[in-house]
Design a protein around this ligand. Structure first.
Ligand code: PEP
Ligand code: MG
Length: 290
């Protein structure tokens, strides 16, 4: 029966010895939803509004979020990650000499606080309308103070679970303190690698530095996973590394509790995990760290 279930590519992800690992989807809109995963681990809301020159209204946002909430078991919504590789023209942000190190992600809130307030209102309203339990996280969180401020505003609206993406090394180093303010963490390995290795994530000549098996990156992931274990709170990975069947077992060995990936990656990751025990995964992680 277990083999049949795996062949069908459904149900929870598990190692060969039954250790559960949630397999979640990265989506940009309801069109990206596919059956076979346990929910959405990263809803990139900025993808809904990339070509807009006027701000999306509260009502428009409620409709877009509700469409996803109505179709997926559980959804982690990421608040707008504007800036650097994803400019949002409607924000009218000034140009910057160093956009990857500038006002992007949650940092936009420093200049335009209404944008986050409206988005959190819309997420809360979409959850109310659909009866879904909304999980919300912010991109590019850097300090505990930022995490606390974000959590306060989300909780004031009755949002069920509030988290942060770990994309900046400073946040990874303070994962335990962040988890005093938050319910979960989701590690964005694309940006975490970029900022840890000071290597533009789109630069092909630097691909070796951006390899998710780099020990320094794995060490930061291990710190976050340990903080999660100690706090009894989920810590997942939602960067491209989570969808790589050679890397996913390492991440599980480091202790992450969920993997969120492009829908097309789910079957291969499910199969890779089903072929290894948790002890195998831990051994691979230890070897990679060494
Ligand atoms: C990441 O940085 O790993 C991530 C998942 O976010 P994005 O790729 O959208 O920046
Ligand atoms: Mg990112």
């Amino acid at each position: 029966a277990e083999r049949a279930r795996l062949a069908a590519g459904r149900g929870p992800g598990r190692t060969a010895d039954g250790h559960p690992v949630k397999l979640l989807l990265n989506i940009g809109s309801a069109e990206d939803l596919r059956p076979g995963a346990e929910g959405v681990g990263l809803f990139r809301t900025e993808f809904l509004f990339l070509d807009r020159t006027t701000a999306p209204s509260f009502e428009e946002q409620v409709a877009a979020y509700a469409e996803v909430f109505a179709q997926a078991e559980s959804v982690i919504v990421r608040t707008l990650d504007a800036g650097t590789d994803k400019p949002l023209p409607f924000l009218g942000l000034p140009g910057e000499p160093n956009p990857a190190l500038g006002v992007r992600g949650l940092r936009v809130d420093r200049l335009l606080p209404d944008v986050l307030d409206t988005q959190l209102d819309a997420i809360a309203e979409a959850a109310r309308k659909t009866g879904a339990e909304a999980w919300v996280m912010a991109p590019m969180v850097t300090t505990t103070e930022e995490a606390a401020g974000f959590a306060r505003r989300a909780r004031a609206r009755g949002i069920a679970r509030v988290g942060a993406m770990i994309e900046v090394p400073a946040a990874a180093l303070r994962a335990a303190q962040l988890l005093r303010e938050l319910d979960f963490l989701s590690i964005g390995t694309n940006d975490l690698a970029q900022y840890t290795f000071a290597a533009d994530r789109q630069h092909s000549a630097l691909a070796d530095l951006l390899d998710p098996r780099q020990p320094a990156l794995l060490e930061l992931i291990a710190m976050c996973a340990q903080a999660g274990r100690e706090a009894g709170k989920p810590v997942g990975v939602c960067g491209e590394a989570a969808g790589d069947p050679l890397v996913a077992p390492l991440l599980v060995g480091l202790g992450v509790t969920s993997l969120s990936m492009a829908p097309v990656c789910v079957p291969a990751v499910r199969e890779a995990l089903a072929g290894l025990t948790l002890a195998d995964c831990r051994e691979r992680a230890a070897t990679a760290l060494a």
